[in-house]
Design a protein around this ligand. Structure first.
Ligand SMILES: Cc1ncc(COP(=O)(O)O)c(C=O)c1O
Length: 359
C-alpha cells in the first residue's frame, strides 16, 4: 500500500489513525457483534456513537448550552435553501455578503425565498479580498446576515467575526470549521458539510441558537425542519449512520491532537510556509490580499499556463494529487485541511521549487 498526499478540496484527506481504526472496527464495533453500518440507529450501540459525536463536537467548539446541534443530510448546499425556509420567520429580506463562488450560490438559492440585500461584494476585486466592514450595508428589517467564512474556491478567509449590528449572524463554515477557535455565542447559526475538516461527505452539521428554532415556513419538508429534527435528535429519518461514526472518529482524533487551538497553530505554520514559497518564487502567484488568504485552500497560478499540465503530471509522479484548481478559476489549488500532515506541505513545497528550477 502506498498512500499519496491528497490536496483535494473535499472530500479530502482523512487522518490515517481514523482510517486504521475504522478498518479495525469494520466487522465489530466495540463488543456489539456487528459493524456500525449494520446497526439500527435506534439501538443502544448507535445511541453511544450519536451521544459521543454531539458531546465531542460541543467540547471542541465550546458550544453553549442554548445552541442545538443537528446532523443532517443534503450537504451544505441544501442549507442554502433550508436556512431561509427555517429562519426567515415571516420576514421578506435577508442580508448576504458576497465573497466568492460559495456566497454566490447561497445568494442565488436564497433569492427564491426572499429579497436578498447584498450587504457587501468583493466581485469587483475578482474575489481576492473582503470588503471593509465599514462599507457593509445592513438592513435592520432583514431576518439575518449570511457570510461564507472561508471561500473554498477563491481561497479567501475571514480572520474575525463581522459585526452584524444585531442581526442573527449565519455562517457557512464548510471549509474552515474546527481549523481555528470560534466564539459560537456570536452566531445565530453555523453550518458546514463534513467532507473537509470533519470526515467523509454525507453529513451536514447545523449549530443553531435556540430562539431561531421553531419558525419554519409551512412548506418546509419535515426532515429539513430544524425544530422537527431537533426534537428527534436528528433522527426523524434514518441518519447516515456510518458517516456519523466516521465524523466521531475524526473528532476524537482532533481531541488527541490537543483540540482546535492546537490544530490552529499547525494550520498557521503549514499555510505560512506554503504562501512564503509561492511569494518567493517567480513562477507561482497567489492573487489574494495577504490578510485574507485562506489557511485551508491555497490557490496559485503558474506564470505560464501552458505549464499547468506538466505541473500536474509531475506532481502526481511525486505522489502529490488533486492540485488542479477549480474549473471556474483555473490554475492550481492546494487544500491543506487539519488532516494534511506538515510533511505533505513540505513535500509540495520541495516539488514546486524543483519544478520551477527545471522549467
Ligand atoms: C464553502 C462551501 N459551502 C458549501 C459547499 C457545498 O457543500 P456540499 O457539496 O456538501 O453541499 C462547499 C463544497 O465544497 C463549500 O466549499
Amino acid at each position: 500500500m502506498s498512500r499519496i498526499y491528497n490536496f483535494s478540496a473535499g472530500p479530502s484527506t482523512l487522518p490515517e489513525p481514523v482510517l486504521l481504526q475504522a478498518r479495525q472496527e469494520m466487522l465489530e464495533w466495540r463488543d456489539s457483534g456487528m459493524s456500525v453500518m449494520e446497526m439500527s440507529h435506534r439501538g443502544k450501540h448507535f445511541a453511544i456513537i450519536a451521544e459521543e459525536l454531539e458531546s465531542d463536537l460541543r467540547e471542541l467548539l465550546a458550544i453553549p448550552a442554548n445552541y442545538k446541534v443537528l446532523f443532517l443530510q443534503g450537504g451544505a448546499a441544501a442549507q442554502f435553501s433550508l436556512i431561509p425556509l427555517n429562519i426567515l420567520d415571516g420576514k421578506s429580506k435577508a442580508c448576504y455578503v458576497n465573497t466568492g463562488a460559495w456566497s454566490e450560490k447561497a445568494i442565488k438559492d436564497a433569492q427564491v425565498y426572499c429579497d436578498v440585500v447584498v450587504s457587501a461584494s468583493a466581485e469587483s476585486s475578482k474575489f481576492t479580498t473582503i470588503p471593509d466592514y465599514s462599507s457593509w450595508v445592513l438592513d435592520e428589517q432583514a431576518a439575518y446576515l449570511h457570510y461564507t467564512s472561508n471561500e473554498t474556491i477563491h481561497g479567501v478567509e475571514f480572520t474575525d467575526i463581522p459585526d452584524s449590528k444585531g442581526l442573527p449572524l449565519v455562517s457557512d463554515m464548510s471549509s474552515n470549521i474546527l481549523s481555528r477557535p470560534v466564539d459560537v455565542s456570536q452566531y445565530g447559526l453555523i453550518y458546514a458539510g463534513t467532507q473537509k475538516n470533519m470526515g467523509p461527505s454525507g453529513v451536514t452539521v447545523v449549530i443553531i441558537r435556540d430562539d431561531l428554532i421553531g419558525h419554519a415556513s409551512k412548506v418546509t419538508p419535515s426532515v429539513f425542519n430544524y425544530a422537527e429534527q431537533s426534537k428527534n435528535q436528528s433522527m426523524l429519518n434514518t441518519p447516515a449512520t456510518y458517516n456519523w461514526y466516521l465524523v466521531g472518529l475524526v473528532l476524537k482524533w482532533l481531541q488527541a491532537q490537543g483540540g482546535v487551538a492546537a490544530i490552529e497553530l499547525r494550520n498557521i505554520a503549514k499555510a505560512a510556509k506554503l504562501y512564503q514559497a509561492i511569494d518567493q518564487s517567480s513562477l507561482y502567484h497567489n492573487p489574494v490580499v495577504v490578510p485574507y488568504r485562506s489557511r485551508m485552500n491555497v490557490p496559485f497560478i503558474l506564470a505560464d499556463e501552458n505549464l499547468d499540465k506538466a505541473f500536474l503530471g509531475a506532481a502526481e509522479a511525486n505522489g502529490l494529487y488533486e492540485l488542479k484548481g477549480h474549473r471556474s478559476v483555473g490554475g492550481m489549488r492546494a487544500s491543506i485541511y487539519n488532516a494534511m500532515p506538515e510533511a505533505g506541505v513540505d513535500a509540495l513545497i520541495a516539488f514546486m521549487a524543483e519544478f520551477e528550477r527545471t522549467h
